[in-house]
Design a protein around this ligand. Structure first.
Ligand SMILES: [Zn+2]
Length: 249
């Protein structure tokens, strides 16, 4: 099962809205020919096409229903519909999301083009080559962190969250921890539901993660400061996510 590389490519790196020409925080996860998109916010549909055709996506997983994580779901559904009408790909695209907001969950299904599948905390789901598990995060709306494992290697996405100790256990020994770090340190305590670089570093340290990748970044200030704050708290390698740069595990 784990014979092939697991490849992670950041599609977008921004929190809240995309900087010019970019996309909000989103990732393409690929292994054994299976291609999964993690979150689908503003700018993602445009950016992901630098890496693959939209008909080649095999699954989408949505962490929560804030606009910067779902804004491009509608256009993705249109794209798949148009392709189908033209006689192209007619595979139903599974879109995984929680059902705590039933109205939003319902929107994941569209005609015979996409279909919503429920994900839950403490319930593993098989998605392509991975077993995927979920953990509730600390965010103003219900949001799930995700752990993808091929039986050997694992990637954990915190999705949007403030500091929550349960996430350290959830992310234990991850080969790659993709952590949000939307805040500069001086904003901790003033903005709910997000972490600073230091907190992301502390999470990686507590989880004994191997590598830390920072995402959901602010469009202002000196981002390098977020990275160095994380580095002070975590001994392993720390990088700011870079759109289009592939990470192989
Ligand atoms: Zn959010």
């Amino acid at each position: 099962m784990a014979s092939q590389d697991l490849t992670l490519t950041p599609v977008g790196i921004w929190g809240g809205y995309p900087a010019a020409g970019g996309a909000t925080s989103s990732f393409l996860l690929e292994q054994a020919g299976f291609r999964c998109l993690i979150d689908c916010g503003s700018g993602v549909l445009s950016s992901v096409q630098k890496h693959l055709g939209l008909s080649e996506l095999d699954a989408v997983v949505i962490s929560h229903y804030h606009a910067d994580h779902i804004a491009d779901i509608g256009p993705l559904q249109f794209a798949r519909m148009i392709d189908k009408q033209l006689g192209g790909n007619d595979r139903l695209l599974p879109v995984y999301g929680h059902t705590e907001d039933p109205e939003q969950f319902e929107k994941l299904s569209y005609k015979e083009v996409t279909k919503g599948y429920e994900i839950k905390e403490d319930q593993a789901v098989r998605i392509g080559p991975w077993e995927v598990t979920f953990c509730k995060t600390a965010h103003p709306v219900y949001c799930l962190a995700m752990r993808f494992s091929d039986g050997e290697k694992s990637v954990v996405f915190t999705a949007d969250t403030g500091w929550r100790k349960e996430l350290a256990e959830f992310a234990a020994d991850a080969d790659l921890l993709v952590a949000e770090s939307n805040l500069f340190e001086e904003h901790v305590g003033r903005v709910e539901g997000h972490m600073s670089g230091r907190q992301a570093g502390e999470l990686a340290a507590k989880a004994s993660a191997k590598t830390l990748l920072l995402t959901h970044l602010p469009q202002y200030g000196e981002l390098e400061r977020i990275r160095t704050d994380a580095e002070k708290a975590f001994d392993g390698p720390v990088e700011l996510a870079e759109a289009g740069k592939a990470y192989k595990l």
